[in-house]
Design a protein around this ligand. Structure first.
Ligand SMILES: [Zn+2]
Length: 265
């Protein structure tokens, strides 16, 4: 019997300094290293406060998973914010968004480097998050390639949510690859892939919520799915369940004077 699709709300914790325009990408970045202060930018701090307000004030708190970048835990303010949020809400889970937001698939295959970074990131985020930790992964900036699936499986990750199944960003699957190849590799490695919601014209999550043209289609796509029941952890991990996955950025909550909210009705 086909069950109703369920909705998975996810948030990426990136700061401006993590993004491919700044670091971690062979051609898009200004600098090759992530060595900058780990202190959250003013914009991210506003986003952190805005997210907590939005999440905690809802009459029925909506469960959400935050994909955290391990290097952010090097900052006391970020740690305190996350610890406070976890103690105020039983509905937040924490997963892995990498060690320092390197765009893995934009570089050549590097199983060894990815293994080392993933292991370290997992240990740091898991130790910090305690019972809120989930062994789920989102590739920084959506740069995921088929070879990464084996590493994820070996390191104990059960769910990957990195695929943005749109032709517009197909290059992010790496040279000679496709989203279909990424999904097939995840399946054969035993990792459940949870691709992101798209609209009729392309990407609908993350930056697409704010880009001209894309954003109108994105908001309509979100409104159509926003009344679906929220997915349980068990169903997120069970590939036979249909789960619609949406994501936005923590620092989106800095918009509109801290009053921005994801377009969920
Ligand atoms: Zn990110």
């Amino acid at each position: 019997m086909a069950s109703l699709p369920e909705l998975w709300l996810t948030v990426d914790s990136d700061d401006q300094r993590h993004r491919p325009g700044q670091q971690g990408h062979p051609t898009r970045s200004r600098s090759s290293s992530a060595m900058q202060s780990t202190s959250p930018s003013l914009r991210l701090r506003k986003g952190m406060a805005g997210f907590a307000r939005w999440h905690l004030k809802q009459p029925r708190q909506r469960a959400a998973t935050i994909f955290v970048i391990a290097d952010q835990l090097g900052d006391a303010d970020f740690r305190n914010w996350l610890a406070d949020l976890l103690s105020a809400s039983p509905h937040i889970t924490i997963a892995c968004h990498g060690l320092n937001h390197r765009s893995w698939s934009a570089w050549g295959e590097d199983q060894k480097g990815f293994t080392t970074a993933l292991r370290l990131a997992k240990r740091e985020i898991m130790e910090f998050s305690g019972p809120a930790w989930r062994p789920w992964f989102r590739a920084p900036a959506g740069y995921v390639a088929p070879w990464m699936s084996k590493v994820l499986a070996r390191e104990g990750f059960t769910v990957d949510s990195s695929v943005n199944p749109s032709m517009l960003v197909a290059r992010k699957a790496g040279k000679g690859n496709s989203w279909q190849k990424v999904e097939a590799a995840m399946e054969s490695a035993g990792v459940v892939e949870r691709p992101w919601l798209t609209s009729s014209i392309g990407p609908a999550c993350g930056p697409a919520l704010h880009l001209p043209i894309l954003r109108g289609f994105a908001k309509r796509a979100w409104r159509r799915i926003s009344t679906l029941p929220l997915a349980s952890d068990e169903n997120i991990c069970d590939g036979s369940h249909e789960v619609v996955t949406v994501y936005w950025h923590l620092d989106d909550h800095a918009r509109r004077g801290g009053l921005w909210a994801p377009p969920l009705s």
